[in-house]
Write a protein that binds this ligand. Structure first.
Ligand SMILES: NC(=O)c1ccc[n+]([C@@H]2O[C@H](COP(=O)([O-])OP(=O)(O)OC[C@H]3O[C@@H](n4cnc5c(N)ncnc54)[C@H](O)[C@@H]3O)[C@@H](O)[C@H]2O)c1
Length: 360
């Protein structure tokens, strides 16, 4: 750690998202952004204007050599993630990298192994694991409020921003896949996806993907940057209750519906049942006002300080990439069902993030 015992952060990538990390790490007494690397000179000038005493450089290797950099935050395009994370781990730095961690599970596993070899913290910015609404949903699933979950359906649409290095599956649906994994503490068996490349060659702008989890549980996501409406919603249908999360309403993002179809004995014939509609109250729980990115970045600091395994560690991120790879194969094979590689490493199931994320 550097002289003032604050964790020295080196930020690689100061484009659209990087400045948000800089604001959080520089605004917290336990950390200080000491260096920013970006290939674009203009972005370095922008960083110098808002971050006091920061060193700036175009080459990330100069940042890795900076004596005050303890941990590295990578907010560059997906194409660069694997190489930058690898070099940062080899340089002995703890790493927080933006989502998704990389393109392939093989690369992700490689990064997990490197982090283990060098005894470094490796975390991926799966920001929705730190969202108060998502954590409330997780609580409803874990404490049985929803009963058996039949299916979940997510929508993540907007008009732009377009990416050239990642399609709507890797850029947008990766968020929803991380949410499915986190909510269910489970990993999918198979998946299929349809999509189209309307605007760019070989980059799907629109994707409809479905994953099957153990217990006949279906999770669907519609992801697109070619849509007039900005939507970030998730519907969870259980046999006891149903819930809807709408991230466009951050303080009232959850609605818990006491609705469903119940089996009741049929009066005409013994042993027969009929389905009866239950349509009762809707609850809007009060949620803590937590900025998810802040909760995520503070979790990283806590893991660095206390040498704890992050909830979105390399193994968790690798499992997200396994699902993405299966869905990408399906996209290339006309939507056919593809097995999700179940590999050998598993994310350990943890429960404390629910409380942790809500109390920050
Ligand atoms: N968690 C979220 O909600 C969220 C939101 C937006 C973006 N992101 C993620 O953040 C990452 C960056 O996205 P963005 O929108 O800021 O992209 P961007 O293109 O706006 O910015 C990327 C920056 O990285 C710089 N860069 C590229 N390669 C570099 C290299 N090798 N060394 C140093 N600098 C380099 C570019 O010059 C640019 O300034 C992506 O992985 C994206 O998925 C996450």
């Amino acid at each position: 750690m550097n002289a003032a015992s604050a964790i020295g952060i080196g930020l690689v990538g100061y484009g659209h998202w990087g400045p948000n990390h800089a604001r959080i790490f520089n605004g917290h007494p336990d950390s200080r952004v000491v260096a920013v690397a970006d290939r674009d000179e203009g972005r370095l000038r922008a960083a110098e204007n808002v971050i006091p005493f920061v060193s700036t450089m175009q080459d990330h290797r100069a940042l890795l050599d900076h004596p005050e950099v303890d941990a590295v935050v990578i907010a560059t395009p997906l194409t660069t993630h694997y190489g930058l994370v690898k070099e940062a781990l080899q340089a002995g730095k703890d790493v927080l990298v933006e989502k998704p961690i990389c393109y392939t599970a093989r690369e992700a596993q490689d990064l997990c192994d490197l982090a283990d070899q060098h005894d470094r913290i490796l975390m991926c910015g799966h920001i929705f694991l730190f969202n108060a609404g998502i954590n409330r949903l997780r609580q409803y699933i874990q404490d049985g409020t929803l009963g058996r979950v039949y299916y979940m359906a997510a929508t993540r649409t907007n008009l732009g921003p377009l990416r050239t290095d990642a399609n709507a599956l890797y850029d947008l649906a990766s968020h929803d896949i991380s949410i499915f994994h986190y909510l269910l503490d489970s990993r999918p068996i198979e998946g299929s996806a349809w999509g189209e490349t309307f605007l760019q060659h070989e980059v799907e702008d629109v994707v409809f993907a479905c994953l099957e989890y153990p217990g006949q549980l279906l999770c669907h996501v519609q992801a697109s940057w070619l849509n007039p409406r900005k939507e970030r919603t998730l519907v969870v249908v259980g046999d006891k209750k149903m819930a809807v999360w709408d991230d466009m309403q951050p303080l009232e993002s959850i609605r818990l519906y006491d609705k469903g179809l119940m089996r009741q004995p049929h009066y005409d014939s013994f042993g027969q049942f009929q389905l009866v509609l239950r349509d009762a109250d809707v609850l809007i729980p009060k949620l803590p006002a937590v900025e998810p990115l802040k909760a995520q970045d503070l979790h990283f600091l806590e893991c660095v300080r206390e040498r704890k395994q992050p909830i979105s560690d390399g193994a968790f991120s690798c499992d997200v990439v396994k699902a993405l790879e299966a869905l990408q194969r399906s996209l290339h094979r006309g939507g056919s069902r593809q097995r999700v590689d179940d590999g050998t490493r598993r994310h350990s199931v943890r429960t404390e993030p629910v409380a942790a994320a809500e109390t920050r």
